[in-house]
Design a protein around this ligand. Structure first.
Ligand SMILES: [Zn+2]
Length: 417
């Protein structure tokens, strides 16, 4: 089963699809992602998926495997993975395959003497006897998220080749720019009529995420009065100093570096300016929706408080929501999460469930009303030259996907999209 998964993964991995944070205004942010998406569109067509479509408006390739149970009411579900790789060298990715891995240090590159040691990465011990795929030490591997892509595509191929397996409508979506914080925020969800979905972007085997932060960004602009320092007494208002004063309001124990678990925070994420004006960007994060709203209100209160110390308001504040905790949706309709847990159990994997201190494509989809837990793809050490995955774990991720497709048939249709 999934006999072409290694070959497929390596083919995807070799393709340079690094997203470019300097080109966030472009869709997608790098031309290589378009090239890859068009190749993928062609590949999915050849495999026999339906309604395969590369959408220039959002950079996503979507496709469908239609229900073969027309008389049954089965919820339509989706699987999503991102095509881009992290901001790390990704040219000439040259995957190395280590069959029957012996549990010892892995020589990634003999010439350059680059070794992945068990001492530094003791998790390697979990993969003895498996088919380990690594980099050659000079690039990332891109298993994040091409391992997820390969696992999804292999299951679609399996369904098409084995039409006797009953299933409902299954949608897939592969999109750009997840690694630069855009991801599914641009995804036009109307063309993806699913009741709920899954991203296959988690790391180690067993990872299952259904809670992310609620996220917003506050952009504060401090307007100063700039005069010659020699004549500044009682006239100058220095926005650099005022911005620094504002930062003092942030409680020291509510920053990313002092919090963990379910604790939310404020983070000064960037500040630029001069004696005329300063722009400061604050990230606001909390898992709890009420506390998240309180944090946004608190920022405004601090702004008002400081504005009251001037003859006229000098600080403006614009707060924009960025993504939502998918847990908020799953609280009301837990089918997606319950099925994932059942599927893990069915394939013998113990779920590792922790609140994510970040977002996923699923948190953008949550914003659009689609509950989207995050499944593991089985890779480790993302975003660097020590990234690796094994064929066995990719197949296990495929097993989970297939199991969800089987299990969803017993679920009621709720939305009738
Ligand atoms: Zn990823």
């Amino acid at each position: 089963m999934y006999s072409t998964i290694l070959e497929r993964f390596i083919r995807y991995a070799r393709f340079n699809t690094r997203s470019n944070p300097a080109n966030k205004h472009m869709i997608p942010s790098s031309p290589e992602q378009v090239e890859f998406a068009l190749k993928l569109e062609n590949e999915l067509n050849l495999l026999g998926l339906e309604e395969v479509f590369y959408d220039e408006r959002d950079g996503f390739v979507t496709a469908k495997v239609s229900s073969n149970q027309p008389d049954e009411d089965i919820p339509a579900i989706g699987f999503m993975a991102h095509i881009d790789t992290a901001d790390f060298p990704s040219e000439n990715v040259n995957p190395q395959v280590h069959y029957n891995y012996d549990g010892k240090d892995v020589v990634l590159n003999k010439e350059l003497d680059i070794v992945m040691t068990v001492k530094e990465f003791p998790n390697l011990k979990d993969y003895v006897g498996e088919t380990l795929v690594t980099t050659d030490g000079t690039t990332l591997l891109g298993a994040d998220c091409k391992a997820g892509m390969a696992s999804i595509v292999e299951v679609m191929k399996h369904l098409i080749e084995n039409p006797e397996i009953p299933h409902g409508d299954i949608w897939v979506a592969f999109g750009p720019d997840e690694e630069i914080g855009i991801g599914a925020s641009r995804f036009i969800a109307e063309k993806w009529p699913v009741e709920f979905a899954y991203t296959v972007d988690g790391g180690r085997t067993g990872q299952l995420d259904y809670e992310t932060f609620n996220a917003a960004q506050a952009v504060l602009t401090f307007t100063g009065t700039s005069v010659h320092p020699g004549a500044a007494k009682d006239v100058m208002v220095n926005p650099l100093a005022e911005a620094a004063k504002f930062y003092q309001k942030i409680p020291a124990n509510e920053t990313p570096e002092t919090t963990s678990g379910y604790e939310g925070y404020y983070m000064l994420g960037g500040q630029t300016g001069d004696l005329n004006s300063v722009t400061a960007i604050y990230n606001i994060r909390d898992h709890d929706f009420d506390k998240f709203e309180e944090r946004k209100a608190q920022i405004k209160e601090w702004v008002d408080e400081q504005n009251a110390t001037y003859a006229y308001p000098r600080i403006s504040c614009v707060i924009t929501n960025q993504y939502a905790n998918m847990g908020n949706i799953i609280k009301n309709d837990s089918r997606s999460f319950d099925l994932a847990k059942q599927a893990y159990a069915a394939v013998g994997v113990t779920p590792r469930i922790n609140p994510m201190r970040g977002g996923t494509d699923g948190s953008h989809l949550a914003f659009k009303g689609i509950a989207t837990p995050n499944l593991f793809k089985g890779s480790e050490n993302s975003h660097g030259q020590y990234e690796f995955v094994t064929v066995e774990r990719m197949k296990l991720a495929s097993d989970v996907i297939l199991s969800i497709i089987e299990l969803v048939q017993d679920q009621p249709v709720v939305y009738h999209i």
